[in-house]
Ligand binder design. Structure first.
Ligand code: ACM
Length: 278
């Protein structure tokens, strides 16, 4: 299976031109699954709610999802990509779509909002789901979700073999580290598509860190992109490598889990000292 990444440098608000640039990049070589950055056609740093209202789109009816679906149909591929979504009740989400020649196959609304995103977007309410793409099981995370191992674990337990990770990373290469770990601890491929360049549309200047990457289930870095240039890459992988969770004869990433000993529902109160005997 061929997996492609387009590392971009979009112009804020120029949806049509940004989408066209990405389509031209994807048309330059074949991939079975393309991964594009978060908010790939709009740019990242909204300065007002009015801008979000102007640039957000319904999914799948909006022009960006339609453009990607048309490309997928014409080129026989699937595409994972981020965009701002407006739902029927006027709420906004930082969303990733997965389209294939049949159209929209998965919509994921970012669960863990980062920084000023909390001013515009509602936290995601879609489940962490996995779908079949060309014989491989694919799930979606968006950017800051990488910081929360439970999210990647949930996808892996649901059968994901590939985690597509549209991103607009601004912190110093944390995600390159965590997504390598997410791949290793879950025995899955991770594909992070980031962007480069900067935006300075509010008080804060954001520099996007590039270094898109692809990691195999044993933690091997298959591809690491440049920090300061756009780039399109396609790599061949074998998704079946993600089906065997064994580490050795004795240990298996999933069979050795002890869910009864974990409490993933603990709240912040669990961090306070208790008077329980040791
Ligand atoms: C991010 O979640 N875009 C840092």
């Amino acid at each position: 299976m061929k997996i492609g990444i387009v590392q971009t440098n979009p112009v804020f608000g120029a949806i049509k031109q940004n989408a066209l640039d990405v389509c031209n990049a994807m048309a330059s070589c074949h991939a079975d699954l393309w991964v594009l950055p978060e908010l790939f056609a709009t740019g990242y740093q909204f300065a007002s709610l009015e801008e979000v209202e102007q640039l957000a789109e319904p999914v799948p009816e909006g022009s960006t999802t339609q453009t990607l679906s048309r490309f997928a149909r014409q080129h026989g591929c699937a595409i994972a990509a981020g965009l701002p979504e407006r739902d029927d009740s006027g709420r906004f989400y930082n969303t990733a779509v997965l389209v294939d020649p049949a159209g929209l196959v998965l919509r994921y609304r970012k669960i863990h909002l980062f920084a000023e995103e909390k001013r515009w977007f509602s936290p995601g309410d879609t489940i962490l789901d996995v779908v079949d793409v060309g014989g491989a099981r694919v799930g979606l995370l968006i950017c800051f979700d990488h910081f929360f191992p439970e999210a990647a674990r949930t996808l892996a337990l649901r059968g994901a073999e590939i985690i597509a990770h549209p991103s607009n990373l601004v912190m110093p290469v944390y995600a390159q580290l965590t997504m390598r770990t997410r791949a290793l601890e879950n025995g899955v491929f991770t594909v992070t598509a980031n962007r480069i360049g900067f935006e300075h549309r509010t008080a804060e200047r954001l520099t996007f860190t590039g270094c898109s990457q692809m990691v195999s289930p044993d933690g091997t870095l298959l591809y690491s992109g440049p920090s300061d240039a756009v780039e399109t890459v396609v790599m061949e992988i074998d998704p079946s490598q993600a089906r065997d969770k064994a580490l050795n004869r004795w240990n298996d990433r999933f069979a050795d889990r002890r869910p009864a000993m974990y409490d993933t529902n603990l709240g912040l109160a669990a961090m306070e000292p208790t008077d329980r005997p040791a």
